[in-house]
Write a protein that binds this ligand. Structure first.
Ligand code: ARG
Length: 456
């Protein structure tokens, strides 16, 4: 069959070329946005007297029917169509003839696809933000549950200082809150209307782009028609926000994999979010966390693919740009699935607080507190640090930890040592004393939980 754009050519292309050229297999998911865009366009054409108002109404009504028919399954999107824009227009024309053919006045597929893509990403932003909120809420609940669970905090993956599990979890809530901020900020650049840019140069018709943007609920219009059809910055930015979400999920995954290992045994994942081995009967594998970590590479790849597609493209539209959607859609699907699985996994995850406490007891994570204790006795921090280091070295050599070293021994390092040193070294007290804002102190963590909850 000849294409709608037959004219200059006979519009008959080879099957191989058709298949290669077609984007319907992936852009059909934008059918709602395409119809919404076309409704606004018809309405603008009618309002500006470019087509009759009655014609505009007919187009809008029929587009409404098409939407309903696709949604109900009555109308199947044809796999043979070139893309979703052509498909909808073809059905419209089939249903109302010449009036349908007027819809494409004062627009081009170049501004149409840019608009649909923006509308789609705007809708998806909402969905992802809500999923992030769900996850943050699960994290806040876990943080609440494990407010008093002391564990070692790490630097270089070496035991560093005592913290609470709650405090550690909340660090992730902060990351996901920033992800929401980033996506919300990106919306400012997504919600700009390119429609009316037409092929690239604007149009001879007396259009009202502002009217059309308002109909679509968009904040403003692209100020340069060439930029309007060429700009995919919003998609890069959106994809980069998705890549950061995956980076955060991946770091979290890595810790969950570590924590659920026999070596750590800090957490127990529920059976529903683990798998067994086909050969080793003892296995309970954290596959979900590993897969999320693995899929992060794929989303980074999507970002690089888009950046690379855009690099070196001359203005304005080039068919290369059709490649923009698959990477973004793949990243979107991956992020949504990852957030869903994480939400479930975290909500059912249990902490083994005893193992955490035991790990905290060895490793001298209260050595900084010992130094602070000595500072409290009037010594400068650097001197206190040196004495503490020497005490730690003695303990390691002689099989003590700071809590079990006798007071007489402490006194050999300074006659200011008193019984109170043991109180200062008690891990719960170490945590309690970290009263600085954002610190691991119990009250500070309580405040962080409130702060996080208020933001979602
Ligand atoms: N399917 C195309 C895309 O996704 C639509 C735009 C086609 N424009 C054109 N001049 N061929 O980019």
């Amino acid at each position: 069959m000849a294409k709608m754009w037959a004219g200059r050519t006979d519009g008959v292309t080879s099957k191989i070329a058709d298949d290669f050229n077609s984007s319907i297999s992936f852009d059909s998911r934008m059918f709602r946005q395409d119809i919404k865009g076309s409704m606004a366009h018809a309405s603008m054409l009618g309002a500006c007297g470019i087509i009759e108002k009655t014609e505009a109404e007919k187009i809008i009504d029929t587009l409404g029917d098409i939407l309903a028919d696709i949604e109900s399954g009555k109308l199947e999107i044809s796999k043979d169509a070139e893309d979703i824009h052509m498909f909808i227009e073809e059905v419209l024309t089939e249903r109302i003839g010449d009036i349908g053919k007027k819809l494409h006045t004062a627009r081009s597929r170049n501004d149409q696809v840019a608009l649909d893509f923006r509308l789609y990403l705007n809708d998806e932003t909402e969905i992802i933000v809500n999923k992030l909120k769900d996850l943050i809420s699960e994290i806040a609940d876990k943080a609440e549950e494990y407010k008093t669970a002391v564990m070692p905090g790490y630097t270089h993956l070496q035991r560093a200082q005592p913290i609470t599990f709650s405090h550690h979890l909340l660090a992730y809530a902060m990351m996901f809150l920033r992800d929401i901020d980033r996506l919300t900020d990106c919306k400012k650049r997504i919600c700009v209307s390119p429609i009316g840019s037409c092929a690239l140069a604007g149009t001879t018709y007396p259009t009202d782009r502002q009217f059309e943007a308002e109909k679509l609920g968009l904040d403003s219009i692209c100020q340069n028609s060439i930029d309007g059809v060429s700009d995919r910055d919003f998609a890069v930015e959106f994809l980069s926000s998705l890549a950061q979400i995956m980076m955060h999920l991946s770091r979290f995954s890595e810790e969950i994999v570590l924590w659920s290992s026999w070596e750590f045994k800090f957490v127990e994942l529920s059976d529903a979010f683990t798998t067994g081995s086909s050969i080793m009967p003892q296995k309970k594998n954290p596959d979900m966390a590993e897969l999320v970590r693995g899929k992060t590479g794929r989303v980074y790849g999507d970002l690089i693919a888009l950046l690379t597609t855009l690099k070196g493209l001359p203005l304005a539209y080039n068919k290369d740009m059709q490649e923009d959607k698959e990477s973004v859609f793949d990243a979107l699907d991956t992020v949504k699935a990852s957030l869903d699985v994480f939400c479930g996994m975290i909500s059912e995850m249990k902490a083994n607080t005893e193992n955490m406490a035991n790990a905290a007891k060895t490793g001298f994570i209260n050595a900084t507190d010992l130094a602070d204790y000595i500072v409290g006795k009037g010594l400068p921090f650097r001197s206190a640090y040196k004495i503490s280091g020497e005490i730690v070295a003695f303990c390691i050599k002689n099989g003590f930890v700071l809590e079990t070293l006798p007071l007489e021994k402490y006194k050999e390092y300074g006659d200011f040592f008193e019984e109170s040193v043991y109180f200062a070294l008690d891990l719960k007290n170490c945590v309690k004393r970290r009263i600085s804002e954002g610190g691991t102190g119990f009250e500070s963590v309580e405040k962080q939980i409130d702060w996080v909850r208020k933001r979602i």
